[in-house]
Design a protein around this ligand. Sequence first.
Ligand code: NAD
Ligand code: PPY
Length: 368
Amino acid sequence: MSIDDELRWDGELTVTRHDRETDTTFVIRIDSTRLGPASGGTRAAHYPSIGHALADAGKLAGAMTLKMAVSDLPMGGGKSVIALPAPRNRIDSATWTRILDIHAENIDKLEGNYWTGPDVNTNSSDMDQLSRTTKYVFGRSVDNGGAGSSAHATALGVFEAMKATARRRGLGTLDGRTVLVQGLGAVGGDVVRLAAQAGARLLVADTDPQRLEAASLAGHTVVPAGEVLRTPCDLFAPCAMGGIIDSGAAASIPTLAVAGAANNILTDPAAGEVLRSRGVLCAPDFVANAGGAFHLVGREVLGWNEDDVVERTRGIGRTLDEVYSLSEERGITTEAAALLLARARLSPASATAAATSAAPAAAAASPV
Ligand code: NAD
Ligand code: PPY
């Protein structure tokens, strides 16, 4: 996580800025504009060091490139990280507004090469604030002319991924299956609702006592946040933060399948190899959590209506079937198979993909 290592990142561009008044560091990383302007949300968090913030932005931007490519969307991959001086809930509203205004200025200087949207600790009203300074923003509130929150579409896509993964792993439907959801936020809360409607038995974990209380009142079983990797279940759905399954966890996690919303669930490819060797079927996150990208890019760039978004998001199950078949045929991890599909679209040989992306990418300069 050293800054030296991070400056050897081989994406297209890193922009950083520090604001002394708020003691905040701003990072925007553009991983690729191969298929269109880079796009990906703004994450605000307190990081142990600037190296950690750069590393997070780089990994998240890379995941966006793969998500757009595998989902056949005409955008590239990027991400913003706002490294706060304290946890988000300790930043007062005047400071937060100043932080958003500076972030918007930075985005505007990139002149449409990077489009942001909501991510962890930012929401549609924050996108409204950014849009006072820059037009390169997806996910403003509906009242302000945007597509609103992407969380419902993301949750629907994760639910489709859970069904496709359970089916392929030989579990049949989710009815009667034990599903453990980690993180009951905007996406995880909806995933719980959809899985419960499908007849699953829900185990839930969060660090926020209020969210746990609501889930418990709804009849779900609470698991301590520190126990999720040791709790037996049929399917584990990580919907909190990424980087939770390393090789050690992969060797022991008592589940048959993994499908969730968090970006970069696996710490590295080795963790995927260990899961595969144990027969734990893992839905690559950049396929499973693409519903939000369908919502934001579909509604604001491609002129889709809500039914189009739902139809494309339901297609995540079919994409995963393709990934799982390729993984079986080649004897490779599901992550490696999904990478092959994404890279086929990103390769210089796939000139048609880039050519057909030119029109919507141009449209992105003046969203519908
Ligand atoms: P959110 O902030 O609304 O919810 C996250 C939840 O996780 C919160 O309830 C938080 O208390 C909980 N949490 C944090 N650390 C935890 C821990 N160690 N154990 C248990 N719970 C913990 O975020 P969200 O919008 O629901 O997104 C969830 C994940 O999905 C994120 O990783 C995000 O990057 C990813 N994602 C979201 C979208 C989207 O459309 N919102 C799209 C793609 C990917
Ligand atoms: C993500 O899907 O991880 C996001 O960051 C949300 C998003 C998707 C597409 C454009 C902007 C933000």
